[in-house]
Design a protein around this ligand. Structure first.
Ligand code: PMT
Length: 395
């Protein structure tokens, strides 16, 4: 929630300026008090009246009609702001701020504020990757400005690549994360995510359908709550959340080695990876040729990483997952006990929208006393939040 939070929203002249309207609706629903400052070129894309109607606050436009009003207003907005966000931010405004140029209402006000500063660039791809723009971004990041990376895709100018404004809901999330309680500050969290791949021969492997979405959502939540996060990830197509340290692995043996090397420093360990239980006993050096109607592979057990951690747990909090197709609670409770977990998150793979590769999940969180928290179908992001709420309670 953003109750009692004042957001000054700077709008600059980009085609995506209209998306700020949806952002304002989302932020208002969270309780934020929003004040808009527009550059002159922004008013060519959306009228100030539209922003005024949505925010129910006077929209300040860069006109200097009344010097008196301008003098008071730029200082009062600068002081009032808890967060100053520029959405969309053009190369021009980024360049101005980075070089100390304050020649309009927006650049003057941001220069005068001590609020948190969030810049969300949106521009043509070539402009965005231009070394001068990148230098300006780096310079401002070093000064504490928070940047959101633009999305990639087809831009209004016809170019394809990075430069698209992130969705209003992603920007809303970012602002919420800035004001989130940092209840994991000072904690080191180790999260495993994604599948493992067990080699059969140079071209084949055994794996599973894990996309890593659950584990990456946990990493995002932990870093948003102030933790120092190490993600040990199997192969995925996902982008590692900003601020999260990552170590990539392929096989269960590599995951075991990386976890064992890093678990001592961790206060909280979450085992959301789908680790292979068996792997080929012998790895063929050459591609196995097709011959006969059947091929028999002999498999051997892999190391149970969670079980090994459970033995060495001491006062760490250890959270496991169970992906089941039958007897969900019973099977999950057996794993909870055997692996010495504090919590197990049981996914019912028979439920629609649960388990592998979906954006949602349907889970039950079971603690070591057997208490079950049953959650409805929700996004993996919200499930990550619920899991950490339980962990924080336990701490
Ligand atoms: O990645 P997504 O597409 O978002 O999907 C999420 C998920 C379904 C993969 C995830 O939520 C999940 O349920 N992960 C665990 C799946 C699993 O392998 O469950 P399991 O019942 O086989 O293992 C139980 C626990 O022991 C797990 O915490 C697992 O990480 C751990 N384990 C298992 C085998 C092994 N050799 N070592 C382990 O540490």
């Amino acid at each position: 929630m953003l109750n009692n939070i004042t957001i000054v929203l700077g709008i600059t002249g980009g085609i995506s300026a209209y998306k700020s309207l949806e952002l304002i609706s989302l932020l208002k629903k969270q309780g934020g008090d929003i004040h808009v400052i527009m550059t002159k070129s922004a008013t060519k894309f959306v009228t100030p009246l539209t922003f005024q109607t949505l925010t129910q606050n006077v929209v300040v436009v860069d006109t200097f009609q009344s010097i008196k009003y301008w003098e008071v207003e730029h200082i009062s907005l600068a002081q009032k702001a808890d967060i100053f966000a520029i959405v969309p931010a053009t190369a021009n405004i980024i360049g101005k701020i980075a070089n100390g140029i304050a020649d309009d209402m927006l650049s003057t006000t941001i220069m005068a504020t001590e609020a948190i500063k969030l810049i969300v660039p949106a521009m043509n791809t070539q402009m965005y990757i231009n070394p001068i723009v990148q230098e300006n971004i780096k310079k401002l990041e070093a000064l504490g400005y928070i940047f959101m990376e633009p999305d990639s895709g087809m831009l209004a100018c016809g170019d394809e690549g990075p430069g698209k404004l992130p969705s209003p809901s992603a920007i809303e999330e970012k602002i919420l994360s800035i004001f989130k309680k940092k209840d994991l500050e000072g904690k080191r969290v180790l999260i495993t995510a994604g599948p493992t791949r067990e080699t059969i021969d140079p071209v084949r492997f055994i794996s599973n359908h894990s996309s890593g979405k659950m584990g990456y959502a946990l990493a995002q939540e932990a870093v948003d709550r102030g933790a120092d996060v190490l993600l040990i990830s199997g192969p995925t197509n996902l982008t590692v959340p900003k601020g999260v340290e990552v170590e990539y692995i392929t096989t269960s043996e590599e995951m075991y080695t990386k976890v064992m090397k890093n678990y001592l420093a961790a206060d909280i360990i979450i085992k959301s990876a789908a680790v292979a239980d068996y792997r080929p006993k012998d790895i063929s050096k050459e591609k196995i040729k097709k011959s006969g109607d059947e091929l028999i592979l002999t498999l051997e057990k892999t190391k149970d990483i969670a079980y090994e951690l459970g033995k060495r747990k001491e006062n760490r909090i250890l959270v496991g997952f169970a992906a089941e197709t039958e007897n969900l609670i019973d099977n999950a409770k057996i794993k909870l006990k055997k692996k010495n977990f504090d919590f197990i998150v049981a996914n019912d793979l028979k439920q629609k929208g649960a388990g592998f590769a979906t954006d949602t999940n349907v889970v039950k969180i079971i603690d070591s006393e057997g208490t079950i928290i049953e959650l409805p179908k929700m996004s993996k992001k919200h499930i990550a939040k619920e899991i950490f709420n339980q962990v924080v309670k336990k701490i």
